[in-house]
Design a protein around this ligand. Sequence first.
Ligand code: PLP
Length: 389
Amino acid sequence: MSDFLMNTYARLPVAFTHGQGAWLFDESGKRYLDSICGLGVTSLGHAQPEVSQAIAEQAGLLLHTSNMFRITWQEKLAEKLAAISGMDKAFICSSGTEAIECALKITRLAGHERGIDKPGVVVMENSFHGRTLAALSATGSRKAQAGFEPLVSGFVRVPFNDLAAIEKVATLDKNITAVLVEPIQGEAGIQIPDPAYLTGLRKICDEHGWLLILDEIQSGVARTGEWYAYQHEGILPDILTSAKALANGIPIGACMARGAAANLLTPGRHGTTFGGNPLACRTACTVLDIMQQQNLRQRAAELGSQMLQSFKQQLDGKKSVVDVRGKGLMLAIELDQNAGPIKDAALEAGILINVTRDTIIRLLPPLILDDSQANTIVDTISKLILTKT
Ligand code: PLP
């Protein structure tokens, strides 16, 4: 571990030198099946040839010019995003947190336009929206917030998957301007709400003139079997945040909006130096094209349900297993005990998994995983759970 890096991560003692598809190779040459994708980022796998070629070509042409000028790849990406999401316009930035900040700033403008001096946003318990001050304030984790007070004000927190709690806020708080929610809570351990939850949220927002902001930074870009998880319910948000898998590892984020919310930002009110540069945008265009050509939404849906069934067959009802759940290739196995030892044993066995909330094993495997790699992941993890808990 380096003495020259701030102590922000509890890192595992392994460093990778290269990757190939779903495989990663460490400094000793040992190979690992990557079933977390750098936390939902490298959905097309490592060293995807067309992505690498697009990056190399663009690096040889132009990396950066500034948003003072037109950026053709940014325009192309915004058009593609509109086509896949149903949103009207996009602001391209460099991370998920920045996309959230943009969404919150739009919400403040929308509130002020309605004559609300202190616009409020309904947010969820156990949510995760990022680490900058506003995104952290929206996040439902005291652990993440502790020590960073004073937090940004204007957030009202309710339990996830509880429409009645939001209706109650509507009767009590006339400052509310928006609801911000992850359609599937990722950091909370792949928490999947009841089937009509998003439709219910849409209805409440319509009734009260609120904006519905969906944070699909983790669940988006084909991972659940649709481009975005709200498409399973056939609704549309007013604001949508996306990042992570959008450029398969090149930093990028997008805050998209529809209707009046799409026109609130005007020159000088928001911006970023790096956001939307030709490299990131060309890479994202390439990623979306590949996902479309290879029909990876369908693959994510089919492989995800295959892996879920197979986990359930091996683990349902077993001692120490509380729940096995998933949607597409967002999968979780919740234990009644600390899952850290399973993560360590999996690493030893050459499989990368993630543990969130101490007891929940979270898998976000690449969408290009083949059947035999998927079987190896399911069988190895199931066996470790059955023998080590
Ligand atoms: N929102 C959600 C749902 C996330 O999962 C994350 C990251 O894990 C973020 C926001 C923050 O994104 P980033 O780490 O790219 O800033």
